[in-house]
Design a binder for this molecule. Structure first.
Ligand code: IMP
Length: 432
């Protein structure tokens, strides 16, 4: 066997980081739910309500935008890290929904006092910027870019700022002066009154005031006490502001660097970095996607895989697995293992294509940021299988061709696939 280069490690010693290895929507929430069984704390480390994390438990579907999906496991703590762009209205809505379901949130969710708040002007600016662009990014209109921009401009409002009402007022007056100028003079939109913003923050303070804290301290103590922690990423490597397909990216870092930064964890605390990888590829919004299939196969993947955005409902662009892209993702993230999702969606294809490399202008080439737009995938075709996989309970019980497909990906990517998922329910997951 030619597998000696494949990295193989055990799960869980202190922190395990779970990262989307493609363009998001790899099935992270389902896998985080699976890994959470062995964890004590789940931390969301970046992004905001642009994410839509879907978990199905006992036939019931939950979609999380901000609250870590670990909340579905009783007795586990959840943390919203400093790296988030947090929409207070959305968080209150999500908390209310969970509480109506009888799920305890207030005592089990901590919010970093350094997380930045998304306020209504961020959402309006996100939308009007998109309207204005000729080459649209296809953002989720959730105010992500404008909020992270304010963070960099050092005019953002953080959750911890809501307690000192006088300073908050002063800062908001300044920010609103800038925002209203932009809204009125450039975009011909309604300005915001101070009161509209403070009303939102008052409601937020009232409900979550006791949950806002220095979460880095909490996490460091938890690590010292031997607790097991999962760092939950949103989006995926290809949408990373630095490493993704810029400018068609989100405004945060879903990759490993963003995990450390957005949770306040140091690299010595991390033992495992698990890449979640879908058995084919999808992308929402605009931007390069070398293995996109705009024909019948792409349509079939979309229908079989129910590939419609859980935040915006947009149809996802679908295509074949891209090994070259994955290898780059592995290099950036240092994945210690991979979890392969949605293998069941490929049932019924006679042949399955896998991109094993790229060509630029007729020459073989590796992944390059500047050339990705014109990368032509070089495909190998593998035999497909016809059987329904949703009842499979072990890797051994899968059809031979499905097993060969998984082993082919593993060998060519060069990182061990430790888990396979064949459906949305918790039980449709097994280690290999
Ligand atoms: P934004 O994050 O709303 O600014 O959108 C920037 C790009 O990231 C767009 O192409 C979005 O479709 C994409 N995006 C943002 N969040 C997600 C996600 O959770 N899954 C997949 N794509 C996303």
């Amino acid at each position: 066997m030619m597998m000696s280069h494949i990295i193989k490690r055990k799960y869980f010693m202190a922190c395990t980081v779970v990262i989307g290895s493609q363009w998001g929507d790899e099935g992270k929430a389902k896998m985080i739910d699976y890994f959470t069984r062995d964890a004590d704390v789940v931390v969301r480390y970046q992004g905001g309500a642009n994410a839509g994390h879907t978990v199905v438990v006992n036939g019931k579907k939950y979609i999380f935008h901000l609250v870590p999906s670990g909340i579905l496991h009783e007795n586990k703590m959840c943390v919203i890290g400093n790296g988030l762009a947090l929409d207070p209205i959305q968080l209150l809505e999500e908390m209310n929904k969970l509480e109506l379901e009888g799920i305890e949130v207030k005592k089990r969710l901590l919010i970093s006092d350094a997380a930045h708040l998304i306020l209504p002007y961020h959402k309006v600016l996100d939308s009007v910027m998109e309207e204005l662009r000729e080459n649209k990014l296809g953002t989720t209109h959730r105010g992500i870019g404008p909020c992270y921009s304010d963070k960099c401009l050092r005019i953002g409002i953080r959750t911890g700022d809501i307690f000192d009402k006088n300073t908050l007022k002063e800062r908001l007056e300044f920010v609103l002066k800038l925002k209203n100028l932009q809204l009125e003079k450039i975009f011909n939109k309604q300005p915001y009154k101070l009161e509209e913003i403070t009303n939102i923050l008052d409601a937020f303070r009232e409900k979550t005031g006791g949950m806002i804290t220095n979460t880095e301290d909490y996490l460091h103590s938890a690590i010292k006490d031997g607790k097991k922690i999962i760092l939950e990423g949103a989006q995926g490597y290809g949408l990373d502001i630095d490493h993704g397909t810029y400018p068609f990216v989100t405004s945060s870092s879903p990759t490993i660097g963003g995990a450390l930064l957005g949770a306040g964890i140091n690299s010595f605390d991390v033992d495992h970095v698990i890449g979640i990888v879908k058995s084919y590829t999808t992308r929402v919004g605009e931007g390069p996607f070398p293995t996109e299939d705009k024909g019948n196969d792409g349509d079939r993947l979309r229908v079989n895989g129910k590939e419609f955005g859980s935040t915006t409902g947009r149809p996802r662009r679908c295509g074949w697995f891209d090994i070259e892209f994955l290898k780059h993702s592995c290099r950036i993230n240092g994945f210690t293992s991979l979890a392969l999702t949605k293998l069941d969606v490929l049932s019924g294809f006679k042949k399955i294509k896998v991109a094993v490399g790229y060509e630029y202008k007729g020459k073989k080439s590796t992944y390059r940021h500047s050339l990705i737009d014109n990368a032509k995938p070089v495909y190998e075709e593998l035999d497909g299988w016809q059987e329904d996989l949703s009842k499979a309970k072990t890797f051994e019980s899968l059809p031979t061709k499905a097993k060969s497909y998984v082993r082919f990906l593993e060998k060519n990517i060069g990182v061990k696939i430790n888990v396979v998922s064949v459906g949305p329910e918790r039980e449709m997951t097994f280690p290999i």
